[in-house]
Design a protein around this ligand. Structure first.
Ligand code: UDX
Length: 447
C-alpha cells in the first residue's frame, strides 16, 4: 500500500518510519524545505531513540521518501494521514489552520479516491470540517470524486515512541465507511498480528478519546502531586501511599508518580484545549481546571522548598545546580518543561544557575532565548560539561529530570564540590534516609 503522511513532527515522522518498517510505501510531506532536505539524508530534527536508524534503513530500502509537495504525491496514494501541528491559540484552543490547509490542498488537487485520516489532536468536529472543506474545493472544481475522512489519534510517548507505535496498547479509529475500515485494518493488522486491538468507532468519539486519555493521565499526576504535598504536611510518605493504592487493580500502577508537574507537547496543551472545547459548549470542566492549576503550582515546588531552607530574601547571590532540563528523560523536548519555570524563578530571585542535561542543552538554550526572562539575567546561566561540573561551588542541587545518568552519582565527589549540601529531588529518585546519612539536607516531593 502507498500512503502519504503530512507533517514531519514527532507523530508524523515516527508514524512514517514505523509504517515503512512494516513494508508500507510511505512519503512524508512537509512544507519546511530545509527539514525535508535533511530528512532525505537521514538527518532527524528531533531526538528520539532508534528513530534515525529506522529512517535511514527505510530510505535505503526505498520504502520511505520525503517531499515538500503534497499535490505531487497525492494521486499515488490511497491514504493521507494528516499529522500537522495544532499549537495552542492565545486562549488555549487548538489552532487548526494547518489542518484545514492540508484539507484545502487535497480538495484542490485530488483526481482519485483518497482516505484522509487526521492523526493530529483536534477538537471534536474537526474531521467533519475537513470533509466539508474538501467537498467545497471539489465543488469549486466541478468534479465529483469519492473520498473518506477518518480520525486516528496517536498515543505515542516521546522517548518511547517507536515502541509505542510498533506495539500499541490499542489503535483507535473513527470511521464512516466500510472502505475506511478495510484500509485501516490492512494498515494496522501487521502491528497487532496476535491480538488485533483496533477499536473502530464513530469519528467524534475517536476525536474525544485522545483528549479524554491525556486528560485522565494528567489528572492522575496532578492528583498524586496534591496528595504528595499533603503527605509532607501530615508526615506521610507518598511513595508508600502510591504502593498502597496501586496494588488495587482498579487503580493500577502507572502515572501515579508525584514530582514537579507534567510538561511536554500534549498534557498541558490538551488539558487546556479540552477546557476551551467545553467552554464553547457552555460547560465547565471543573476537575480539569484544577488539574491545570495544581500543575502550574507544582512546577514551583522545588523553588518554594529552597526558600524554606535558605530563608526568604537571602537567595540572592546563591548558586543553584540543575540536573536535567528536558520535560522528561530520553527527549530533548523543552516544551512546557518545569525546568523553565524554575530557571525563571531562580534568576528573578538573584541566583546564578549551573545546568546540565545529557541531550537537551541546545533546545534549552533556544527555549530560554525565546522566554520572557530578562536578557540581563540570562547571562547568569552556565551550561556545565557534566554532572560534577554542574555542582561545583553550588549552594543547592535540584534534580529536575530523572535521566538514568543522575541515578547513581558519586555523592562523595558531589559533596566535596558543593558549597552547601542541599539536595532537592524533584522526581523522588534518591533515598531520603541514605541522603541524610551521607550528610545532605535532602527534600523530595511528598516524602
Ligand atoms: C503523553 C501521553 O503519554 C501520550 O499517550 C500522548 O500521545 C502524548 O502525551 P509524552 O508527553 O511524550 O506523552 O510523555 P509522558 O511520558 O506521558 O509524560 C508526560 C509528563 O508527565 C512528563 O512531564 C512526565 O514527567 C510527567 N509524569 C508522567 C509524571 O509527572 N508522573 C507520572 O507518573 C508520569
Amino acid at each position: 500500500m502507498q500512503i502519504a503522511i503530512v507533517g514531519t513532527g514527532y507523530v508524523g515522522l515516527v508514524s512514517g518510519a514505523c509504517f515503512a518498517e512494516m513494508g508500507v510505501e510511505v512519503t512524508c510531506v512537509d512544507i519546511d524545505i530545509q527539514k525535508i532536505e535533511n530528512l532525505k539524508q537521514g538527518i532527524i530534527p528531533i531526538y528520539e531513540p532508534g528513530l534515525d536508524e529506522m529512517v535511514i534503513r527505510n530510505i535505503k530500502a526505498g520504502r520511505l521518501q520525503f517531499s515538500t509537495s503534497l499535490p505531487e504525491v497525492l494521486n499515488d496514494v490511497e491514504v493521507v494521514f494528516s499529522a500537522v501541528g495544532t499549537p495552542p491559540d492565545k486562549d488555549g484552543s487548538a489552532d487548526l489552520q494547518y489542518v484545514y490547509e492540508v484539507a484545502r490542498t487535497i480538495g484542490r488537487n485530488m483526481n482519485k479516491y483518497v482516505c484522509v485520516v487526521t492523526k493530529s489532536t483536534v477538537p471534536v468536529g474537526t474531521a467533519y470540517q475537513v470533509k466539508t472543506i474538501i467537498q467545497e474545493e471539489l465543488d469549486k472544481r466541478g468534479v465529483n470524486i469519492p473520498f473518506d475522512v477518518a480520525s486516528n489519534p496517536e498515543f505515542l510517548k516521546e522517548g518511547d515512541a517507536i515502541n509505542d507505535f510498533m506495539s500499541p496498547d490499542r489503535v483507535v479509529v473513527g470511521i464512516e465507511s466500510d472502505r475506511t475500515q478495510k484500509l485501516m485494518t490492512q494498515l494496522y493488522r501487521p502491528f497487532l498480528l496476535n491480538n488485533f486491538r483496533v477499536i473502530f468507532m464513530d469519528i467524534p468519539s475517536a476525536e474525544m478519546t485522545k483528549y479524554a486519555a491525556n486528560a485522565m493521565l494528567a489528572t492522575r499526576i496532578s492528583f498524586m502531586n496534591d496528595i504528595a504535598n499533603l503527605c509532607e504536611r501530615v508526615g506521610a510518605d507518598v511513595n508508600m501511599v502510591r504502593k498502597g493504592i496501586s496494588s488495587d487493580n482498579r487503580i493500577g500502577t502507572k502515572f501515579l508518580y508525584s514530582g514537579i508537574g507534567y510538561g511536554g507537547s500534549c498534557f498541558p496543551k490538551d488539558v487546556r484545549a479540552l477546557i476551551k472545547i467545553a467552554e464553547k459548549e457552555g460547560y465547565t470542566m471543573r476537575v480539569l481546571q484544577s488539574v491545570d492549576e495544581v500543575n502550574e503550582l507544582q512546577k514551583e515546588v522545588l523553588y518554594t522548598k529552597l526558600h524554606t531552607l535558605i530563608p526568604n530574601g537571602s537567595l540572592s547571590g546563591k548558586t543553584v545546580a540543575l540536573w536535567g532540563l528536558s520535560f522528561k528523560p530520553n527527549t530533548d523536548d523543552m516544551r512546557e518543561a518545569p525546568s523553565l519555570v524554575l530557571i525563571r524563578k531562580l534568576l528573578n530571585a538573584g541566583c546564578s544557575i549551573r545546568a546540565f542535561d545529557p541531550v537537551a542543552v541546545e533546545e534549552a538554550q533556544k527555549a530560554i532565548e525565546r522566554s520572557n526572562i530578562d536578557p540581563a539575567l540570562k547571562e547568569r546561566i552556565y551550561f556545565a560539561a557534566d554532572i560534577y561540573d554542574t555542582v561545583n561551588d553550588a549552594d543547592a542541587l535540584m534534580l529536575v529530570t530523572e535521566w538514568k545518568e543522575f541515578r547513581m552519582p558519586n555523592w562523595d565527589i558531589v559533596k566535596k564540590l558543593m558549597k552547601n549540601h542541599i539536595v532537592l529531588d524533584g522526581r523522588n529518585i534518591y533515598d531520603k534516609k541514605e541522603m541524610s546519612e551521607l550528610g545532605f539536607t535532602y527534600m523530595g516531593v511528598g516524602v
